[in-house]
Design a protein around this ligand. Structure first.
Ligand code: KG4
Ligand code: ZN
Length: 339
């Protein structure tokens, strides 16, 4: 089955063709970074307008790159839940139009479910059940993936998401946007033991995260130096801050996996591209007889291939939407309660 995926929940306009939920024929991602950079973050109104300009183009590109035409599309999957309302609306309007025109099923997907499927799409050997840590600009979420589309929410952040902390720290030190990739690069030249920043909630048994306090601690430590124009050891700050985030993410995900009695961990979302996170996760899992799986870099950040894969799985379970499909900007992933 050939599924056309559409993702416009934030600032990436993406369309993809995925065959049988497994083979990515194309995955076109148009990002709008240049438009948002000068504001140091995504401006919802600008994002929605740009999606309207790009959506037709990325769908055509996805068809061309995949060597298919609209007539070959057998279902349309679109991110309908979790994201910026104006941005989501553009994708859902496009998906409904295509579904109606082509007379093929329409499937609305939760954005986080997409990230969970990015892990499975990249790693067909990833076992079920597993624990998935989704770390992005908007989320830090631990999910027990019991089976296809069957989830148990284990916990998440009580304030900032991990990616948000990277972005805010980078913005404060004027390093650029988005902050994650910049700090990732800069940290390779720094000493991660130069500063010891707090590891919020590290010891707490509950699967909750808090990154706001860490961000404030880092900012407060250097506020006066920055104001007095002193040269700051930015690479050391980046490396030490990143180490604190990585420490918390790895420790908590390993603990959650143990609680669930699983030995496989999938790490997804934009922050899963982070090199130090990958390194520490891999080393820790090797030591503790567990396995960690990361998506290919092209599937870490927002993309439509993961939405197509999730849509195909929902369709296989007999689930589809109709023309009443609406967007829901803020709603948790649907769960299946244990027992
Ligand atoms: O998944 P994503 O594209 O969008 C959301 O759903 O939020 O994630 C974007 C986030 C941004 O906060 C960005 O700074 C972060 O992922 N990010 C990274 C890296 N690449 C992207 N964070 C740390 N290290 C990276 N290499
Ligand atoms: Zn995302």
């Amino acid at each position: 089955m050939l599924v056309l995926g559409i993702e416009t929940s934030c600032d990436e306009t993406s369309a993809a063709l995925v065959a049988d939920g497994r083979t990515v024929l194309s995955n076109i991602i148009a990002n709008q970074l240049e438009l948002h950079r000068k504001y140091g973050g995504v401006v919802p109104e600008i994002a929605a307008r740009r999606h309207t300009e790009l959506i037709g183009y990325v769908i055509n590109e996805a068809l061309d790159a995949g060597g298919r035409t609209l007539r070959d599309v057998e279902a349309v999957a679109v991110t309908a839940k979790q994201g910026l309302v104006g941005s989501l609306l553009v994708g859902v309007a496009a998906a409904k139009t295509l579904s109606y025109m082509l007379r093929v099923p329409l499937i609305g997907v939760h954005h986080i479910e997409g990230h969970i499927f990015a892990g499975m799409l990249s790693n067909p050997e990833l076992p079920l059940p597993h624990v998935c840590l989704t770390v992005s600009g908007g989320h830090t979420l631990l999910v027990h993936v019991r089976d296809y589309c069957k989830y148990e929410l284990l916990g998440g952040t009580v304030d900032d998401a991990a990616g948000e902390a990277f972005d805010k720290i980078a913005k404060f030190f004027d390093l650029g946007f988005p902050g994650g990739p910049v700090i990732d690069r800069l940290a390779t030249q720094g000493n991660r033991k130069a500063f010891h920043f707090p590891r919020p909630l590290l010891k707490a048994e509950a699967n909750y995260f808090s990154f706001s306090g860490l961000k404030t601690a880092v900012i407060n430590a250097f506020k006066s130096e920055l104001a007095s124009g002193e040269t700051l050891p930015l690479a050391d700050i980046a490396a030490s801050f990143q180490e604190a985030v990585v420490d918390v993410l790895v420790t908590k995900a390993m603990r959650a996996a143990k609680q669930c009695g699983v030995s496989a961990i999938s790490v997804t979302g934009g922050v899963s591209a982070n090199r130090r996170l990958r390194e520490v996760f891999s080393a820790t899992c090797k030591r503790e007889d567990a396995s960690v799986y990361f998506p290919a870099l092209s599937l870490c950040t927002d993309n439509a291939a993961m939405i197509a894969a999730a849509g195909q799985a929902r369709l296989a379970l007999g689930q589809a939407d109709d023309m009443s499909l609406d967007v829901i900007p803020n709603v948790p992933l649907e769960v299946q309660h244990a027992g």
